[in-house]
Design a protein around this ligand. Sequence first.
Ligand code: CU
Ligand code: CU
Ligand code: CU
Ligand code: CU
Length: 582
Amino acid sequence: MGLKGFMTSLVVGLMASTVIANPLPGTTTHKKRNCVKRCFNGPETRSCWTPGWDIHTNFEEHVPITDVVRTYHLSITNITSFDGADGIAKPAMLINGQFPGPTIEADWGDEVEVHVTNNLQHNGTSIHWHGIWQKFTNTMDGVNGCTECPIPPGATRTYRFLMRQYGTGWYHSHFSAQYGNGVVGMLKVNGPASANYDIDLGPYSVTDWYYETADRLERAAQFSDHGPPPDSDNVLFNGTHVNAEGGGRYARTALTPGKKHLLRLVNPSVDNTFTLSLVGHKFTVIAADFVPIEPVEKDSLFMTTGQRYDVIIEADQDVGNYWFNATLASSGMCGTSVVDYPAAIFSYEGAPEDELPTDPGTPVYAGCDDETGLVPVVKKSAPVDDFLAHKNYLDVAVEVQPYNDERSVYRWKINDSSIDIEWGKPILQYVREGNYSWPREANVIEVEEADVWTWWIIENGSGMPHPMHLHGHDTMLLGVGPGEFNAANHTSLLNFDNPTRRDVVQMPGRSWIAIAWKTDNPGVHLLHCHIAWHVSQGLSVQFLERGPEIADTVDIDEIAPNCDAWRAYEATAVYQKHDSGL
Ligand code: CU
Ligand code: CU
Ligand code: CU
Ligand code: CU
């Protein structure tokens, strides 16, 4: 550590001991001082980062602040006829005219500053940085109605936050189902890794794709006479695929013979889940969401909506072209597509460029259940006695309610309430006013005690699986099981000793999951199903964590100017809110 680093840590250390009204992002973070190993990140030393910082660093407490700020400009526009994905023209909303939007890249400990301009004519937007905890920067979480107001047309909002975590994430609109129109991009945060690799291939998204707009699909999906959620019209790999009419193209990824490649898999779908496999190759998984794990080999990988896996692929087979398959579950219970065999191509350098792979591979079993055996590198354990004394329950159910004389709609409920947020008055605004009298349908759950474990058993009374995503934390996944949770019978099945941690957990149909996290992040944190249709129809709660401390630890007044602008616009908006708003 140089002199500058030492000075920074000293100053930051002093600041952390006093309460400051408007801390700069990261001021309560200090540099790790006890490690002096001289080791830099390289192909044979991926567990190192810079001297003193490595894969074993507990980044919940220590972040290598770089003082580097990475600046990005994102412009969201309406495209009436976009054919840049699979060759079929459709209406879309895109970031900087591309799908996916630009990858936001930073090093661990950098800050990013993203200027988001809403150039849509008649829609608000808000951009959420999926998986980023936003510790002490809760107003940057980008959730309209919870942590901010939507950005009105013509306006720009600047998001600025510290990359405390590293690995692979994504960002997307949280304005109703808008991300299904294409308002999606990838996050790549460079840092150490738990296994060595030669080449970083970057983020690789596999997503469902629809020719109808997300708003129309969402409205159709909520009607009970409509049947199950719509099939996807296509599946895109890194934003491209062939289409049913013979146009478009396969995504091609180059592999260098003999080298190890890091592939950062992301499922940014609104609904579809996939089981991914590369014919003739295995995946060595080294991270689940933003959590580095002990390397584990998998022939195939199930990914639900919102999840990421960093995997290493070794190009140790014959030079050639290989199919990369995305298989949907045959049960139809966790996403369906009209495409029979969605696939992309991985090509060794030297393989014929205009030929398709020949071996379709052995069909993989594609179910709806999460991968197991994901062991975090930085170990965390939790006390079972505390769980038994303080566990809480969330019950998920679906109801059919009358819409008008002829039709009925699905409403998803947690503890008997469907969430319905106010775009113009986010919960952080209530907190700012010291007003704790929000409407019941805000589905706010207060968790006041600082730095304790909070325990939640979610019981899914419906037959459908739900990818449950928590903002602001990684959840510790204590266990999953069928039916309802019974402490006497099921506590012994839970794992309290360094269980999987991640930010999206697949909850199977008619099952329970038990999750936990530590209350170390004052703010409003949404917990919701990541199927866009389900959260639109109410499947969410928001945790108000350490509410009374928020004003002292987060620059809460920062939300005011954009909220003023939104409220002025909302009064005259062409389209009114028609769902939960999330
Ligand atoms: Cu999120
Ligand atoms: Cu998300
Ligand atoms: Cu769901
Ligand atoms: Cu969310």
